[in-house]
Design a protein around this ligand. Sequence first.
Ligand code: NAP
Length: 457
Amino acid sequence: MNDRLISINPATGAEIGNYQIHDEKQEQKAIEQAHKSFESWRHISLKERGIVLKNIAKELRRQKEQLARLASTEMGKPIQQSLVEVEKCAWTFDYYAKEGLKYLANEIVATDAKKSFVTFQPLGVVFAVMPWNFPYWQVFRAMGPALMAGNTMILKHASNISGCAVAIENVIKKSGAPKGLFQTLLLPSSRVENIISNPLIAAVTFTGSTAAGRNIAEAAGRNLKKQVLELGGSDPYIILEDADMNKTIEVCVNARLVNSGQSCVAAKRFVVVKSVRKEFEKRLVEKMKVATYGDPFDTNNKIGPMARIDLRDQLHEQVVASISKGAKLLCGGFIPETAGAFYPPTVLTNVKKGMPAYDEELFGPVAAIIEAKDETDAFRIANDSIYGLGGAIFSKNRAKAEKLAATMLDAGNCFVNDQVHSDARLPFGGVKQSGYGRELSAFGIREFVNIKTVYIK
Ligand code: NAP
């Protein structure tokens, strides 16, 4: 049996890490340690928990350069984006250290009792199963609120980024946090179900594909454990007739190429009304053609490699299958003859239902343009998806777009004239097969708590 997890630099194909998988004894020991840590951490005041979070933020900033280099080497993210990601984690921990006091304060409710109130008590050990695309952000955005609420956490990270998984545990240790507050287990996904069924695991938070989310949901459901699922997406970017085309193109290119196209809330389907489709298409292609791909440490490159060769090949198959069903290739769409998991910025137009570019998530730098007859048709197409994570609307008429964003898009995060992104102050999550539950904000911090009623006669 293969008992190692291997990290491959996706820009070169070279092996850069080789990690021993934790055995079942180590797994049980870590879970027991997490539970022991929970029994004292749960009784620590919110203010003191906040100090621990602030120390973690400090340690993140201290290690920022090396953490960023590691992520860019292990999964290919452009280095500037890795640096921003680490800073975002630190900012979020500072944010919860302060705002958590407010979000988790008892709420007095007037009833027939002498006193009655709602208190937010932790659940226990939260098991986090996380993806490789934002190696730090996905983990820290789940961890910050969970720890602040008094839980402890065990992480199973994606198998291709064990270096980042170990580095995260090291940040927590170096920050001086209590032993067992957060631990990483190096495991293949086949061991996830077993951990979920461990009686000392109280809840599960998962970010990743819809297919894996279904397995996690089944396992958590069977064990009646609370779960939050952040799954795949195929975000529609709706371009209306009165969009400011200069700004729209700039946002759309960035939104499609962010993280080399591998973001859950990247722009995946451009739904453009007929009257401006030709102009949008022409200008998008101009920009996508000159967006360079290559070494993620060269800041002239807009995108790096994709995270793994198999994922790149899978994306190419989706492009080829879409073309064979009638989509028109406007740029890119080939596998470069260089080492590494590179894929060029690609644009497909004439995309229709029944093609992978319409029906599936394109997790890489491929833009799919879908023409809509008019505004009503645009929203019909936007919602014609199994996913409902994010979406954006482009129009100079802000008041109208605001109303459309609030009421017409079936998605958890709807932006007007901007790229969809997560922010610690706002809830983040999806509907339909993009998952359920929310991360971040007051809503996220209350996912892994016992919302307890106390009634005093
Ligand atoms: P993935 O293949 O689902 O993997 C995510 C995590 O789940 C990894 O730790 C993986 O472990 C584990 N896993 C895979 N199959 C599993 C199974 N059958 N049972 C239990 N665990 C399993 O996803 P990915 O390729 O890493 O990430 C890309 C996907 O994540 C995209 O669909 C993207 O949209 C989604 N995503 C969503 C959000 C959001 O907030 N909604 C954010 C980021 C990414 P191994 O690596 O060991 O297989």
